[in-house]
Design a binder for this molecule. Sequence first.
Ligand code: 7GP
Length: 809
Amino acid sequence: MELTTKDFIKDYKNQFQSMYAYSYEEGSTEQLYNALGLLVKNYISTPWKETRETYIKNSVKQVFYFSMEFLPGRQLKSNAYNLGLLDTVKEGLTELGLSFDELSEAEVDPALGNGGLGRLASCFMDSLASLSMAGNGNGIRYQYGLFRQKFVDGYQVELPENWLRYRNVWETSNDKSTCMVRFGGNVWLERNKQGYLEAKYENTLNVLAVPYDTPMVGYRNDKVNNLRLWSAEIPVEEENNYHTIEETEPIKEITQVLYPDDSNYEGRLLRLKQEYFMVSAGVQSIIRHFRKYNVPRKNIPDKVAIHINDTHPALVVPELMRILIDEERLSWEQAWEITFKTCSYTNHTILREALEKWPIDMMKELLPRIYMIIEEINRRFVENTLPLYGERITWQTAILQNGVVNMAHMAVIGSHSVNGVAQLHTDILMNDVLKDFFELYPERFNNKTNGITQRRWVHLANPGLTQLLDDKIGEDWKKNPSELKVFKGQEKDKQTLKQLAAIKLENKKRLADHIEKVKGIKVNPNAIFDVQIKRLHAYKRQHLNLLHILHRYLEIKQNPSVDYAPRVFIFGAKAAPSYLYAKQIIKVINSLAELVNNDPDVGDKLKVVFFENYGVSLAEKIIPAADVSEQISLASMEASGTSNMKLMANGALTLATLDGANIEIRDFVGGDNIFVFGLTSPEVYELKAAQTYNARDLYENNSNIHRALNALKDGTIPNLQDEGHAIFESLVHFNDEYFVLKDFDSYVQAQEDIDSLYKDQNEWTRKSLLNIASSAPFSADYTIKKYADDIWKVKSCAVEHEGVQPLDE
Ligand code: 7GP
C-alpha cells in the first residue's frame, strides 16, 4: 500500500490524540504502541473488507483451518512489513523521536499454543494469505496463554500469562456473528408433523460463543484473511439466571486456559468442552453463511474445506452431521457424503500417549446428541467393514472401543484425506500407527511435509541475511523461494562468504548482548552457538545434549588443554507442568550451567545458557544467531520438526538423527552439509522388536558413559536434590526408553566433527550458504500449495478493489 512519511506522521498524531486526548510526546511506551497498532489496523481494514467481499462475490472455495492452537507471534512488525509500510512507519517514528523497535517490543506475544502444532498453524495462515487463498483460522481465544516460565533455583515455575491485561489491538469482537453452543441436558428424537425425526433438548447448558477476528495480512498482495477465535460468554437472555460470580464460572472457564500439554493427552472434561465449543461455533458459522447466501447444501464440499489440525477438532465430523441432519433436514447418506468430502485430517504425532481417547460416559453426558451420532457413524462403519475385512481389522479401527471414543479413528473415518507432516512420519502412519486404516483406505493417505514462512523467519528476523540475498540474487526469492537455489552459485565466492560470516557474527553479537542482559552470562561471539529450542520431552532428548555437555566438561577438567572449539550451548524449552521428568531435566541443565559457567578451568570453551520462557519472539532472536541446530530426537519419534527448517534457512548447520523432516533436509542439502548420527528409524524398530537392548551394559562397559552418568549423582553437579538420580535411573534401571546411551558415542563423534569443521571458517560458511540456498523446499508456501492442490482444491484468488459490491449486511 502507498503511504508517505508525512501522511503517516499526521495519521499517527491524530490516532494517538483521539485515543488518549493528549499529545504522543507524553505517551507511555504501551500507549505509543497501542496507537501504532490501531493505526496499522486501520490501514488493514480496507483490504480486509475488500478481500472478504471478493470471496463472497466470486463465491470462491474457502478453507477453514480448525486448530486448538495458534502461535502468531508479535504482529505489528509483520503486518507493517506485509503491507509494505515498514520503512515508512520506521522513518515516520524516527522523525517523531520514537523508536519502532522499542514500541514493537511492547507488544505481548500471544502464546495460544504449546509448540510446533500451533506455530505451524500460524505459518499456514501467513502463507494462505500471501498466496491469495481464502483461508480462515478457527480456534479459541484463551484468556490465559501458555504459562510464563520462570526459573527459581534452576527449577521451572509456572506463572499465569495474562496476555489480555492490556488491550489486544489486533482483534475485533464481532457481536453480530455469535453462536449458541449447547452442553449436557436430555436429548431425544421425536417425529414432527412433517414426519421428520426432530432432536429435542431440555435442561441444556447454553453458552454464547463470541467471535474475535484478527486480520491475517498477505505479503504485498492486498489480501487479508481472517483468524476467528471464540470466547465463551453467558447468553444475554439468560443473564438473569446467574446470581453470583461463582455461578458464571462453568461458562467462563471454557475459554480461560490453554492446556499446557503437547504430546500428551489427559481426559479432562473441561478440555472436551473446549473442543466441542470451538468446533460447534466454527461449523455453525460456516453453515450460517450457506443459509444466508442460499447455496444448495450439496455444494458445501465445492465451497468449503474444513481441516482438522490433529484430533482436537475431530468433533467437526459429528457436529457437521448434526447440523446437516437436525437443522438442514438432509438424510444420513446425503449428510455423510458432504461431511466426508468436506473434512480432512492431519496427524502430528505418533506418541501413543498423545492420541485422544474420550471415555464414552463423559461424551454421552456432556454431548448427548453428538454421542448418538458418533454411535451411528460407528455402527455403519462396523456394518460396512466387517463383511469385507473381518473381525480383527474392524474392531481395531472402530471408533468406539473398550469404553472410549477413539478420536483419531473418527477423524480418519470422517475425512477424505489423512496426512502426516514429513515423509518418514507418513510412512510410519501407514505402516504402523494407522496401518489397519491404510489397508481400508489407502487412497486417503498422503504426505505433506511441513514448512515455515520465510517472511517472519528470514526477512524480518534476519535483515542482514535478507539484504545480502537481495544484493546477490535479486529480490525474486522473496515472492518465489525457489529462487534461493541461485545462491548456490556463490558458494565459492570469497567475498560473499566473508559477508555471510560477518552477518552471522553480527547476529551472534546481538544475541550475546541479550544473553548478558537477561542471564548475566558473558559469552564469546566467536564461539560456536549451538541451539536446541523446542518443547522439553524425553523423546526430543535434551538429556542427550546434557550428557554430552557433561562429558565435555569432564574432559576439560581432566585435560584443560583439550582441543575443543569454544562453544555456547543454548536451550529454550518449556516443560508441561505435570511432566516431572522433563522438569528434572531442566533443573539438571540449569545446575550444570551454574557449574560450567563459573569454573575458571573452563573459560570460553564451554558456556551453557538456558533461556526462560521460550516462545516466538525469543526464537526470532536466537535463530539468526545459531551455528548449530540440534535435532536429536530418537529416530521415528519426531513427526517433522520445524525449528530445523527455520535454523537451516538462517544458515545453521544441522546436527541430526534421521528423523522427521531431518531426512528431507539431508536430501536437499546433501549429506556433506549436515551432521548425521545415531540409529535410523528401521534400526529403532528392529531394536525394539528384538528386545535385546541393555542400557546397563553400556553404562558398565563404556567409560565415557560411565563417567558422565556417575557425575549425575555423585555431587559433581551442585544444588541437585534427586534430579540427577532420576535421570540416571531412567537410563540405567529403566533401560533408557529413548536409546540415549545407544546413540551417545555417535553423537559425541558428530560433535567433534563439528569442532574440526568450525576451525575452517571458510568451509563452514560455505556449508552454511548451501543450507540457506537449499531451504526453499521448506517454505510453508509450497506446503500450502500442495494442501491446496491435493486436499482442499482451492486456488489463488485475485482481490478486486473499489467498486466491489458489498453482498453481506
Ligand atoms: C508437533 C510435532 O511434535 C512436530 O514434530 C511437528 O513439527 C509439529 O507438530 C507440526 O507438525 N506436534 C505437536 O506440537 C503436538 O502437540 C500433539 O502434537 C497433538
